[in-house]
Design a protein around this ligand. Structure first.
Ligand code: 5GP
Length: 271
């Protein structure tokens, strides 16, 4: 079975209406923003959120290069890259680290590594925190923190990464924006409402944008449990909120501290 056929069958199997999957409450709802509870006490999530990053903005803060950091790639990365597929509750909270036994294992996603390196790269040289308090790859952080909470829709690491890549390709946000004239630029400012409308028209749901100093830093798409798009709740903090006119900075390859910027490779050593 080829990749596309596999995904079509997979999406068909899990397809139900937006609210079709039964709620599975394992415990009391907790207050606060971040709900961290052992798997047995975790209630089932309400919706998915695909978080995308804009390297043109995030890489402006790069002050140290290493080969694992996509901000140090010599070729332009003028596209949204994947941050993660998160699961949220409708009340504005979210579960995290739902199964400490399910530690990230890179061997389980070997067939996907080529795509992950391009479309889901780390934009930092630092290792990320894992759920057991250790440090690991960006992918390990995303799977352990968010992916393990995606049951009963996503049960395993391979399916988590495959599903995320497929949604990312299906809703090609970079292409949607470029076709509507929102070209990466270090001088232009674009109306936030125009960007939101372009995505609403293409995806049929309202995205959420996060900004840093007036530049788009993250773009979030929300999905029902059957992966049909749904509107994202507007729950960004005032510091993350975008102004009426935003920039979409061009990606400038970093070449820092007198060190040569090299094409990205999967090795993690500093250069
Ligand atoms: P990560 O830890 O995956 O790199 O980034 C997730 C962070 O984004 C969380 O720690 C949290 O502070 C923030 N965040 C903001 N909005 C949301 C949301 O709607 N869902 C989740 N899961 N995290 C969010």
């Amino acid at each position: 079975m080829d990749f596309l056929t596999f995904m079509s069958v997979f999406l068909l199997l899990i397809s139900t209406s937006c609210y079709g999957l039964s709620e599975n409450h394992h415990g009391d709802e907790e207050g606060g923003l971040l709900v961290v509870a052992p798997a047995k006490q975790q209630k089932e999530f309400d919706y998915f959120l695909l978080a995308l990053l804009w390297p043109g903005t995030l890489c402006q803060g790069t002050n140290h290069c290493c080969s694992a950091n996509a901000c140090c790639r010599s070729n332009a990365t003028s596209m949204f890259t994947i941050h993660g597929l998160w699961v949220n509750y409708n009340d504005g909270t979210w579960p995290a680290c739902c199964n400490n036994g399910s530690n990230f294992d890179i061997k389980k996603i070997t067939p996907l590594l080529g795509g992950l390196q391009i479309y889901w790269p780390s934009l930092s040289c630092n290792l990320e925190s894992t759920c057991d308090g250790g440090k690991g790859l960006f992918w390990a952080h995303e799977w352990e923190k968010h992916g393990t909470c995606a049951t009963p829709v996503i049960w395993d690491e391979y399916t988590y990464f495959l599903t995320t890549l497929n949604i990312y390709f299906k809703y090609n946000i970079t292409k949607i924006l470029i076709e509507e004239g929102y070209i990466p630029s270090n001088s232009e400012k674009y109306p936030l409402g125009g960007i939101v409308s372009a995505i609403q028209n293409a995806v049929r749901a309202t995205p959420l944008l996060v900004c840093s100093d007036g530049a788009v830093q993250e773009l979030r798409l929300c999905f029902c449990k059957n992966f049909e798009p749904q509107d994202c709740p507007n729950n960004v903090t005032p510091e993350e909120a975008c102004p009426r006119y935003v920039s979409l900075p061009e990606y400038v390859p970093r070449s820092l501290g007198g060190k040569r910027s090299i094409p990205w490779s999967s090795n993690r050593e500093a250069i």
